[in-house]
Design a protein around this ligand. Structure first.
Ligand SMILES: Cc1cc2nc3c(=O)[nH]c(=O)nc-3n(C[C@H](O)[C@H](O)[C@H](O)COP(=O)(O)O)c2cc1C
Length: 353
């Protein structure tokens, strides 16, 4: 098992100025901006926040900067493999991450935090995935180190539309897959029951209406965290994230202490069997013909954007779980579940009860 290195103090508590769940609900891909330049106060606050996002949950180093838009950016973006029509962006948030096995997930995680902060400031944003590493964006960013890449940038500025229609469509499910196809219980494909940890319901109260049973409260918290994953942005809205709730201990985990297992295996199984809090295993279900390995991505040398999508999903899950008072940490500890072809394990949120 690899435990994500402990980031410097403060790196996982971004101190967003509003509840993350509210910012996640408010964010949408804004593609039309007002001509008004970003006010100095907002630029300073955004830059200060970006400067604090330096280490991802898997330990990759990243840095970000706000760069001013240039007149021919719109054409340049097309050439770099981005899609959609970005109109009037006054700035771009560009970033670089040092190459590591989980660099793209870390980049997605950290830049999504920056996006949520920008959302709190009233700025619109849109992720733009392409082949930036040798682009004019890098020159305006001040260059890249030899071991750094720029997998995506984000357009920003004050929005010219309020995104209400998009947000409504997303919340009504027109632009998102149903939870039952994304979140599973114990094994791949078994939908997680809404009452257990899915759905959007409020926590149930006890008979006297006082307080709430702890299990119900945490189920409601995880339900909100999963909903935040579902509302997240993803490249061409492919929604490649899948989550399996792991066994909460007891018989299954104890059963792994079979003869022949090592002492480490046994002690891990005991740990698991004692655990009352669940593991949440995150997987990437690659979209056939899109992204890594596809002709278009190879020809244009576009980054593996579905791994960036995974980082965004981890960010949303953690922020909203923490907001609900649910503690945990990211570990890379593949549970070895049977999964379909084309599915890759990313990481596990190991709850701390
Ligand atoms: C890694 C990544 C790359 C993206 N690239 C682009 C892009 O090049 N052009 C664009 O217009 N939108 C891009 N998007 C935005 C998605 O299309 C958008 O998130 C998705 O359609 C869901 O819509 P929403 O963000 O409004 O909820 C990208 C999103 C992600 C996460």
């Amino acid at each position: 098992m690899t435990t994500a290195p402990k980031p410097p103090a403060g790196a996982t508590s971004p101190h967003l100025p509003a509840p993350a769940s509210e910012l996640i609900a408010r964010r949408y891909s804004c593609r039309t901006y007002l001509e008004r330049p970003i006010e100095e106060r907002d630029r300073h606050r955004l830059t200060a926040f970006m400067d604090s996002r330096t280490v991802g949950p898997f330990g990759s180093w990243a840095r970000f900067a706000l760069i001013a838009a240039a007149p021919d950016d719109r054409q340049a973006l097309r050439r770099l493999g981005t899609y959609g029509f970005i109109k009037g962006a006054t700035g771009f948030i560009a970033g670089a991450v040092r190459r590591t096995p989980k660099d793209l997930e870390d980049y997605g995680y950290l830049l999504e935090e920056v996006i949520l902060y920008a959302t709190a400031l009233g700025l619109g944003t849109c992720w733009l995935g392409g082949t930036f590493t040798r682009s004019a964006f890098v020159r305006r960013f001040g260059g890249l180190g030899r071991d750094e890449t720029m997998p995506a940038v984000v357009s920003t500025g004050y929005p010219a539309d309020d995104g209400a229609e998009r947000i409504r469509q997303r919340e009504e499910g027109d632009r998102r897959m149903p939870a039952a196809e994304l979140f599973f219980d114990g094994r791949w494909g078994a939908p997680l029951e809404a009452a257990d940890a899915g759905g959007r319901g409020e926590p149930r109260r006890d008979a006297g209406g006082r307080g709430e049973p702890r299990r119900d409260a945490s189920a409601a918290g995880y339900a909100r965290a999963l909903e935040a994953v579902r509302m997240g942005p993803s490249a061409t809205n492919k929604q490649p994230w899948r989550v399996v709730r792991g066994s909460t201990g007891g018989t299954t985990a104890a059963g792994t202490t079979a003869a022949g297992s090592t002492a480490a295996d046994r002690s891990r199984a005991v740990d698991r069997s004692r655990a009352v809090a669940p593991d949440w295993h995150f997987y990437l279900r690659r979209t056939k013909g899109y992204g890594k390995g596809s002709l278009a991505f190879k020809a244009l040398r576009i980054a593996d954007l579905q791994r960036v999508d995974m980082g965004i999903a981890l960010c949303h899950f953690e922020l909203v779980a923490r907001e609900a008072g649910l503690d945990g940490r990211w570990v890379v500890d593949d549970p070895g579940l049977a999964v379909p072809d084309g599915v890759e394990y990313t990481a596990t949120w190991r709850a701390v009860d």
